[in-house]
Design a protein around this ligand. Structure first.
Ligand code: PLP
Length: 380
């Protein structure tokens, strides 16, 4: 990205844009989807997903299981859609039965946040698709993959997702500034038929120009060079290996939380996110932990958002990250907990994560193995 700013109508653009389109199709797992890149952020991508496919008055179904799901629904409401927002516990995933029980013939779209960044919970989008199919209805499926794409498996074509959307600043490892969507054939058709007004976020001219290697406005050129490199990095490592790395880093983080005697916000451990972990704080205000981590340790933890303010803090483990960085983060988190008055034994979380990385199941087993002189048992 650190280069002279190119002419966005110049000869460098077509090969750059072609590689980005192909790379995004691979990462979204959609051969037919049309990638769209706007200057913007995840919020802009929400707006683009809504104004292209829906009109004011259209009824949509959403599930409030966290701060971002609530805001995606709010965006639809502000744009004039009638939103049926099913309230779930913040910490739950959306399930197949939630969809089956609430989807009505008049719903034109279902809004889902794949990975709820405020709660650290991942919804099984395949199960959402099965839920929709079981009803025999056919709404558009719009999925926010802001904190999952590039860190966790997402299969746009297989799950028949009509629009998937993200920003540049999470699993794509870039600075903020880009809103990225992948648009499936049914959503393209809906946008063609839609008479509702839209201008900047109209994806039709963007798709047309991107197919030729250009944009209908001045794009965030330097970010595009970064995006090309980020996509290369993901594909060089291999998506399956990227996802396995994040599973492993997430599991080590969860082992540390357990060793601290603290709990995850996720109601079902099987749905705990592999890109971030939300930790419930009982004794003290979680905002104090985040503040002390920033001020004394230069460590950025996430605060509790919305109704979770003061009750949870969040450890991010997405994007370009390795085991050593996770161990350092956990060590810093232990200090931040101690400094802010949470009763904690220093080192226990780090040791639990180290044991997990080393493939050693538990203290007891290690001790037994050492006395026998045997190799400690390995875990997957
Ligand atoms: N959706 C999710 C799941 C998010 O985590 C975020 C931001 O963190 C957004 C949407 C909003 O994105 P942005 O802040 O880039 O507008």
């Amino acid at each position: 990205m650190d280069r002279p700013i190119p002419d966005h109508r110049g000869p460098e653009m077509p090969s750059l844009v072609a590689e980005i389109r192909a790379g995004l199709r691979s990462v979204f797992k959609s051969e037919q989807g049309e990638p769209v890149v706007f200057p913007g952020s995840g919020t802009g991508a929400w707006e683009a997903s809504l104004v292209n496919t829906l009109s004011p008055g259209d009824r949509v179904l959403s599930f409030e299981n966290g701060h971002f799901a609530r805001l995606y629904a709010e965006a639809a409401r502000q744009l004039g859609m009638q939103v049926d927002d099913v309230k779930l516990r913040w910490g739950d995933a959306v399930t197949q039965s939630d969809v089956e029980a609430n989807l009505k013939p008049e719903h034109r779209a279902v809004l889902i946040v794949h990975n709820e960044t405020s709660t650290g919970v991942t919804t099984d989008v395949g199960a959402v698709r099965r839920g929709i199919d079981r009803t025999g209805r056919d709404p558009l499926l719009l999925v926010d993959v802001v904190s999952s794409l590039g860190s966790m498996d997402f299969r746009m074509a297989e799950w028949r997702v009509d629009v998937a959307l993200t920003g540049t600043q999470k699993g794509l490892m870039l600075p903020p500034g880009g809103a990225i969507l992948c648009v499936g054939p049914r959503a393209l058709e809906a946008a063609e038929k839609n008479r509702a007004p839209r201008y900047f976020y109209d994806w039709r001219p963007v798709i047309r120009d991107m197919q030729q290697g250009f944009f209908p406005y001045t794009p965030a050129t330097l970010l595009l060079f970064g995006l090309r490199e980020a996509l290369r990095m993901l594909l060089e490592e291999g998506l399956d290996d990227v996802f396995a790395r994040h599973r492993r880093l997430a599991q080590a983080t969860r082992e540390a939380v357990r060793a601290w005697g603290m709990s995850l916000l996720a109601s079902d451990p099987a749905r705990a996110s592999n890109s971030l972990t939300a930790v419930v704080v009982e004794e003290i205000d979680s905002t104090a932990v985040v503040k002390v981590a920033a001020e004394r340790l230069n460590l950025a933890l996430g605060v509790g958002l919305g109704q979770l303010r003061g009750r949870v803090f969040r450890i991010g483990h997405l994007g370009s990250l390795n085991e050593l960085e996770v161990l350092a983060t956990l060590a810093g988190t232990e200090l931040a907990l101690l400094y802010s008055g949470q009763p904690i034994e220093l080192g226990v979380g780090v040791a639990a994560a180290q044991r997990f990385f080393a493939g050693i199941k538990a203290d007891a087993k290690l001790a037994a193995a050492e006395t026998r002189g045997a190799t400690p048992e390995r875990v997957g």
